[in-house]
Design a protein. Structure first.
Length: 289
């Protein structure tokens, strides 16, 4: 039986993995560890867990994801997203464990006029993106058997994310301003979780760097309008430029990901973002009903 360790099990992707595993994939041995149960920055704790257990795969969902705060907490961001990832890669190498690691569209500077491929040069605009890129580089320098999956605009029923924030603000306010000059591809965490499970269960050997998000490209402004449309919220949405909406961390104007490489590997088709957004919003509404 394939044995899989999942770190960061208390995050939105980790929780979505647990949901799907419980429903459909108990034929694998899954060990889920929250950040409290396994601190990936503590190499001794990681090594101890591997000394006591044998894992075929490590799925690393643990990450520092506070993009703006990373500008003032650079050391913490790099500790979790880079140095701890180095520890994990070294541990996987020692134990002959395959690593599935989640990275981000924020490794790019957004100057492309089309979706980014895996071959495009990474040039992050902010500390969060820089820390994630450093983690990628550690993995690529240490391991042969790895999957790095860059994803973007992740949301789900769990945790703090853009969709849940907009649903809350839509009920609290009569109008809201959202940037309209940043475009990308939303990703429903349950779709990403399903892809991770497929990679593990199918025991893919085409290791390397992949891009995954839902299909299609949209601006944050238009995405917000669809969130309100699908949830029957009447709040007015007004477009603003990034220059008028100042944040601590710079964001790429275009962070859309080209998914041709992973699409050629998957047995399932990649859902478009509208379809997945509807599923998530319906799930959130039904939970509250």
């Amino acid at each position: 039986m394939i044995s899989v360790l999942v770190t960061g099990a208390n995050g939105q992707l980790g929780k979505c993995l647990q949901d799907i595993v419980i429903q459909k994939h108990r034929d694998l041995e899954w060990v889920f560890k929250t950040s409290e149960e396994l601190d990936i920055t503590d190499q001794k704790c990681v090594l101890k867990l591997f000394d006591e257990n044998e894992f075929d795969y490590l799925v690393n969902c643990a990450a520092y994801t506070a993009v703006d705060r990373a500008e003032s907490e650079k050391e913490k961001a790099f500790l979790i997203n880079a140095e701890a990832v180095k520890y994990l890669a070294e541990t996987c190498k020692i134990n002959d464990t395959k690593l599935v690691h989640i990275s981000t569209d924020f490794v790019f500077d957004g100057t492309n006029d089309k979706a980014y491929t895996e071959e495009d040069t990474a040039s992050p605009l902010n500390m969060y993106g820089a820390s994630k890129l450093k983690g990628e580089q550690y993995i690529q320098g240490i391991l042969e058997h790895f999957f790095i999956i860059r994803t973007s605009w992740v949301y789900s029923e769990y945790g703090h994310n853009f969709v849940k924030t907009m649903l809350r603000l839509g009920k609290e306010r009569d109008q809201i301003n959202v940037v309209n000059d940043q475009v990308g591809s939303p990703t429903y965490a349950k779709d990403l979780a399903a892809v991770i499970i497929e990679i593990v269960k199918s025991e893919y050997t085409e290791y390397g760097l992949y891009h995954y998000s839902n299909g299609g490209v949209i601006s944050w402004f238009d995405f917000t309008k669809k969130i309100f449309e699908y949830s029957n919220i009447q709040t007015d949405v007004f477009p603003v430029s990034s220059a008028d909406y100042i944040t601590h961390a710079k964001r790429p104007k275009n962070s859309a990901l080209d998914k041709a490489k992973i699409s050629n590997q998957l047995k399932s088709t990649i859902p478009n973002w509208q379809e997945s957004l509807k599923k998530c919003i319906n799930s959130i509404i039904n939970e509250k009903a």
